[in-house]
Design a protein around this ligand. Structure first.
Ligand SMILES: Cc1ncc(COP(=O)(O)O)c(C=O)c1O
Length: 484
């Protein structure tokens, strides 16, 4: 990775963008006990866990004038959700939700049986045809959203070493930090290695470090890489052979971009490689949020051995109490295999077009994406070749806010539950994540803004106009002038 050697900024305290981040509630450095922020922690016994990166970014955007009424003036390439409107050839979204009287009661904490059955049937049909061991409703737990599913799982992990990789989905930071029994063990994925999950290293770590749980998103947010085919088979076999629990967050399982026409409509899941659904230690998390493009429904599922589901029923009984009952009933027809087939096809064609469009425009700007996404709707962009100070994610982000565009700084994908390191030392510091979840017009608006910032910074004397004069809040636009 090229870094601009002339750039003097070596520490967070020398950068305005980093100081704003550190001053925001819950994001102060927690290296030593005396660094706990006394202004922030005033309610006895209560600590701010820190919001996930996307929330920090929308708070900063609001301080710069973003609001839900001004949303059309802004380009939100930070968005971690797919566009929810009609896309070409996709089935119509439901327009109304029935509310039969029984749906006004609590649903079971494992979910409505008919929905659990529909999930099991869809996975058997898609990934397990001809296999002896088949999923039943007892292998499915319906949860109120993916994060809720991950929290239910994290809450039942005992005192064991739990492996995760950097970079990965931002919420793992809080999930791994909040549940104190498990001991998080990081591994850094390397750009030069295409962010590949190195299975022989994992095998060694299981033996030498005693890892008992491995957690990863696959396809991976934010790198857009995917473990598939033989490699995914090997990973599942590794979990089985070494009796290591594998938690695979498969939220982007349909966001796969095939090269060949005949591969459109195929999705990817570890469910294809499991031998026995009740004894292979593989936990799958997925749901309506991304694949069905229904993030607001909060209807998702965790699949795994029967004995995992009974444990999740227990953690759900105190964590969230179960998913919304009427929407669980309304979700059942959406899992109809014929409908799913159309959804997948339309989604893959539409999002592949958007991916290729964004990559082509970044190339025109000479912003090279070294490891282009093969899946998801994210681009992990290395800013190392840009002039300082916009060659780090937080500063690039603040400059784009001035242009009414939101991106997500890479540091949020540096899962670092102890919050110990100087942000400048993070392997994700020189990256941003761009989302091509939004509609094409919004993507172009954001790309125009990126082109303006990059062009201005590359001009003779350009860099000195960057790295300062950020609005701290919409009410006190001059609050940061002391930093200038
Ligand atoms: C990898 C991954 N898992 C889970 C989720 C969250 O799903 P939900 O919004 O249903 O909580 C996301 C959302 O960004 C994600 O990227």
């Amino acid at each position: 990775m090229k870094h601009n050697r002339k750039h003097k900024v070596k520490h967070e305290k020398d950068s305005e963008a980093h100081r704003i981040f550190r001053e925001s509630a819950g994001h102060a450095s927690r290296g030593l006990p005396q660094t706990v922020n006394p202004d922030e922690e005033t309610v006895p016994g209560i600590l701010h866990p820190g919001s996930t990166g996307v929330i920090y970014c929308s708070d900063r955007a609001m301080a710069n004038g973003f609001s839900y009424t001004s949303v059309h003036e802004w380009a939100n390439l930070g968005q971690g959700a797919p566009e929810v409107g009609q896309i070409p050839d996709a089935p119509q979204k439901p327009q109304a939700i029935p509310m039969p009287i029984e749906s006004l009661e609590y649903a079971p904490t494992t979910g409505v049986k008919a929905l659990r059955e529909a999930v099991a049937k869809l996975y058997n049909l898609t990934y397990r045809q001809g296999k002896v061991s088949q999923y039943t409703y007892e292998n499915v737990c319906i949860v109120p959203g993916g994060r809720s599913g991950l929290s239910r799982v994290a809450a039942v992990i005992g005192d064991v070493y739990t492996s995760y990789q950097v970079p990965d989905y931002t919420a793992y930071d809080q999930v791994l930090g909040a549940f104190k029994r498990l001991v998080p063990v990081p591994t850094t994925l390397e750009e030069d290695d295409g962010y590949r999950f190195n299975l022989s290293q994992v095998r060694k770590d299981i033996r030498t470090q005693g890892l008992q749980v491995i957690m990863a998103s696959n396809p991976r947010n934010p790198t857009g890489q995917v473990i598939r085919d033989q490699e995914l088979n090997d990973l599942v076999a590794l979990a089985r052979d070494t009796t290591t629990t594998l938690i695979l967050d498969e939220f982007y399982s349909w966001y796969i971009y095939p090269e060949k026409e005949e591969d459109f409509g195929k999705s990817i899941s570890s469910a294809e490689f499991i031998d026995d659904v009740n004894s292979d230690p593989v936990v799958i998390v997925d749901g309506l949020t991304k694949n069905w493009r229904l993030p607001g429904w909060r209807i998702c599922w965790v699949m795994g051995p029967r004995n995992l589901i009974t444990a999740l029923s227990q953690s759900g009984s105190f964590l969230d109490g179960g998913a919304n009952h009427p929407l669980q009933l309304a979700a059942i027809p959406l899992l109809d295999p014929a409908r799913v087939k159309l959804e997948k096809l339309s989604l893959q064609r539409h999002f592949k077009h958007k991916r290729d469009h964004v990559l082509a425009r970044l190339k025109e700007m000479e912003l090279e994406v070294k490891v282009p996404p093969r899946a998801t709707f994210y681009i992990w962009l290395d800013l190392g070749g840009l002039p300082a100070p916009i060659n780090n994610g937080l500063t690039f982000f603040e400059e784009l806010l001035k242009e009414k565009t939101i991106v997500i700084p890479g540091i949020f994908f540096d899962i670092n539950p102890a919050h110990r390191r100087n942000l400048f030392n993070s392997p994700c510091h020189h990256f941003v994540r761009l989302s091509f979840g939004p509609p094409l017009e919004d993507l172009d608006k954001g790309l125009d803004a990126i082109a303006r910032v990059v062009k201005a910074a590359r001009k003779e004397g350009g860099p000195q106009h960057f790295g300062h004069s950020y609005k701290k809040s919409i009410d006190s636009p001059t609050a940061l002038h002391r930093f200038v």
